[in-house]
Design a protein around this ligand. Structure first.
Ligand SMILES: Nc1ncnc2c1ncn2[C@@H]1O[C@H](COP(=O)(O)OP(=O)(O)O)[C@@H](O)[C@H]1O
Ligand SMILES: [Mg+2]
Length: 269
């Protein structure tokens, strides 16, 4: 199916967002528009403070746009919902539940009428899909950071929502494990036909995962870059290839452009 035939899943229309407290206002997003197709994997890439998490919080429904609107399947987003599952950077598992208990919680939330037997079987299969069958009876405190994030991914999958939202989920994980988790998310998103919005400040991560990379600058979309490389991708197959190197260069240039402009102003004004 060509991209033009694919259904629009998420529509972000002229969205602005202002953080307001008693003393000040700060416009974190300024008139953002973006259309995301069904089954598409979009990375929001940008340096710290440019508004990536803010945009994700609007998609999630935790914050509401000050101006403009966001629609999922043409329906206005007015709060969090089970049609959108979220994985955050900081481990958000329930510490009093085992890995399997956390996944079962996701299954119970998904609104489907599964029998107890089906729920237990599904929990096992989600844990297996993230390679954690052996640790299903462990509590979060007994799991490493990488394992906890695997459980968080399994719990997000258990919601059975079409949309997955990730906010720098592997930022605190060591590089080797991070690569394993990236490849896992990439594979599962394709297999399960998810629409994904994945926040990162890591160019390599964005190229490995995304169909489209939305490069942000403070409050705005700077540019959008298509990643025309078939899935599933493996880091080892990408690095050194011409297409990868060209993309990398293009992204570094647009990523750091505004930084260079700022330096230029400081030096020459
Ligand atoms: N609760 C808040 N109140 C006021 N300003 C905030 C709040 N959260 C974030 N900001 C500001 O909004 C901007 C965007 O933040 P954020 O979306 O967290 O950026 P990113 O995720 O890209 O690092 C930053 O300048 C940040 O300081
Ligand atoms: Mg952030």
């Amino acid at each position: 199916m060509s991209d033009t035939e694919k259904k629009t899943k998420i529509n972000i229309n002229n969205v602005s967002f202002e953080y307001v407290d008693k003393k000040s206002k700060y416009e974190a997003l300024k008139d953002i528009s973006l259309e995301i197709k069904e089954g598409e994997f979009v990375c929001l890439l940008g340096s710290s403070g440019c508004g990536k998490s803010t945009l994700l919080s609007l998609l999630n429904g935790m914050n509401k746009a000050t101006k403009g609107e966001i629609r999922v399947d043409e329906k206005l987003v007015s709060g969090p919902g089970i049609d959108r599952a979220v994985v955050f950077q900081h481990y958000s598992l329930f510490p009093w539940l085992t890995a399997k208990g956390n996944v079962l919680f996701g299954i119970k939330q998904n609104g489907k009428n599964y029998s107890k037997k089906q729920r237990l079987e599904l929990a096992d299969s989600y844990l297996e899909s993230v390679g954690l069958s052996y640790a299903k009876d462990k509590y979060p405190a007994q799991l490493s950071g990488g394992m906890q994030q695997r459980v968080a991914v399994a719990r997000a999958l258990a919601l059975e929502s079409d949309i997955l939202l990730f906010d720098e989920p592997f930022g605190a994980i060591d590089p080797k494990l991070r690569l394993e988790l990236q490849e896992l998310v990439s594979r599962l998103s394709v297999e399960k036909k998810k629409t994904v919005v994945f926040v990162t400040h890591d160019i390599d991560e964005a190229i490995l995962l995304a169909d489209r990379i939305v490069v942000m600058e403070p409050g705005k979309i700077r540019t959008i870059v298509d990643v025309d490389i078939p899935h599933p991708r493996k880091r080892d197959d990408l690095v050194g290839k011409k297409k990868y190197e060209e993309l990398h260069k293009k992204l570094i240039t647009s990523f750091y452009n505004h930084v260079e402009e700022n330096i230029y102003e400081e030096v020459f004004l």
